[in-house]
Design a protein around this ligand. Structure first.
Ligand SMILES: NC(=O)C1=CN([C@@H]2O[C@H](COP(=O)(O)OP(=O)(O)OC[C@H]3O[C@@H](n4cnc5c(N)ncnc54)[C@H](O)[C@@H]3O)[C@@H](O)[C@H]2O)C=CC1
Ligand SMILES: O=C(O)C(=O)Cc1ccc(O)cc1
Length: 367
């Protein structure tokens, strides 16, 4: 029997989810997006099987309903769905939002009905947004957190978990509170810091415009996420406000401690500070795709000239290994640069690494 899926919000995450769920043999994915162009594009690109002209129409015949909209919008849609829509008995509603406490506070709107809401958050994505950025492989190897609320929800969560198996994500169940505390540290607060670093540069560059030209390499790596969708991050910041405020206190303590280290100027102490951070960072599970490690990158140390770039891309193309992005990080002041080649999966990156090691003499690293 055919499973009917409704995806509301067809941007990076909704579009990727629609593509991944099409891996099921008997599935029909209906999409809706508030933006008419996005909706038409999703249909045209084969991201959805059919389009609906309202969220309600998409949802009413569905077995699984995904809200892949900015989180404040998701709550508005949940209220509408529970009050006005006639959903199929046994339907499972879920979302992909980056925050969970606020959303789960509204899950009980579905209590006493024959439908259930299970919170969800695929911890994969990027600073890109929109339907054209959607990728079938986006969730592979990434954590996908589910936050069922009650007993009925636990059974529905198991069904949803099984259905989401085709995404090849690593599914895990956590409480909404736990979710928001952890994501504040690994995702939400870092976005505030990245945006602030960029704003600091903007101020500095008013007096010293040359600083802007020097903002290469490390600065760009550290602030990539400042290029994210501001509407989405506005909603996340509003919904995870309390956790973020706690993070400000802890960050200020951390900055005070670091300031002390710099002020004392003790070389051993300064080195220990950097060494501790490096050791912890290097031991992070980089192979798993997490919120801050959204793409699979190889750093290739090449002479900074166009010939070297086409050599690398040519070797990969010849071996049939697809890449998603290529950029040069001008991290050093001499004639050399680092070519960062991004792959869709860890598997492709490993094949690429072996192939380039065999065919070039360049130094190749995974950061
Ligand atoms: N971007 C990322 O890396 C990740 C985002 N998320 C979460 O997933 C959700 C979607 O994020 P993205 O796909 O990145 O955003 P996006 O901006 O790429 O897509 C959102 C889509 O929702 C549509 N939309 C907005 N309001 C709507 C409404 N009322 N009805 C129907 N469509 C509506 C927009 O037109 C847009 O096409 C957000 O809740 C976000 O917090 C979760 C994991 C990663
Ligand atoms: O671009 C990045 O590294 C991200 O941080 C992507 C991301 C954004 C929001 C999420 O809830 C999860 C992952």
């Amino acid at each position: 029997m055919e499973t009917k899926v409704a995806i509301i919000g067809l941007g990076l995450i909704g579009g990727s989810m629609a593509l991944a769920l099409q891996r099921h043999e008997h599935v029909f994915v209906t999409g809706f997006d508030a933006d008419e162009r996005t909706l038409c594009e999703a249909l045209h690109l084969g991201i959805i099987h059919g389009k609906a002209d309202t969220a309600r129409r998409a949802a009413e015949s569905a077995d699984y309903i995904f809200f892949a909209t900015p989180v404040n919008e998701t709550i508005r849609l949940m209220k509408q769905a529970s009050e006005e829509w006639s959903l199929k008995p046994g339907a499972v509603l879920t979302d992909t939002g980056s925050t969970k406490t606020n959303i789960m506070e509204h899950a009980d709107l579905f209590e006493g009905t024959d439908t259930v809401f299970v919170g969800g958050h695929p911890m994969a994505g990027s600073h890109k947004s929109g339907v054209r950025a959607a990728r079938e492989h986006l969730f592979e190897n990434a954590y996908y957190l589910l936050t069922p609320a009650g007993r009925k929800d636990a059974a529905a969560a198991r069904r949803l978990e099984e259905f989401l198996g085709v995404t090849k994500a690593k599914l895990a169940v956590v409480s909404a509170a736990e979710h928001d505390a952890m994501t504040a540290v690994v995702s939400h607060f870092p976005h505030l810091v990245a945006a602030s670093l960029v704003r600091r540069l903007e101020d500095e560059a008013e007096d010293r415009p040359f600083a802007r030209e020097l903002a290469a390499g490390g600065f760009r790596d550290l602030t990539r996420i400042a290029s994210s969708n501001p509407d989405m991050w506005r909603d996340i910041t509003i919904q995870n406000r309390d956790e973020l405020l706690d993070q400000f206190d802890l960050w200020q303590q951390e900055m005070e401690a670091v300031r002390g280290i710099v002020e004392r100027g003790n070389p051993d102490e300064i080195r220990r500070f950097y060494d501790g951070a490096r050791a912890y960072r290097d031991a992070l599970p980089l192979k798993a795709q997490g919120a801050l490690f959204a793409s699979f990158d190889l750093n290739v140390d090449i002479p900074d000239n166009p010939g070297a770039i086409s050599e690398i891309t040519g070797i990969l193309a010849e071996a049939g290994i697809s890449i998603t992005n290529v950029r040069i990080v001008e991290s050093r002041a001499d004639v050399f640069g680092i070519l960062v080649v991004s792959f869709q999966t860890a598997d492709d990156r490993e094949k690429g690494r072996l192939c380039l090691m065999e065919k070039t003499g360049y130094e190749i690293n995974i950061t």
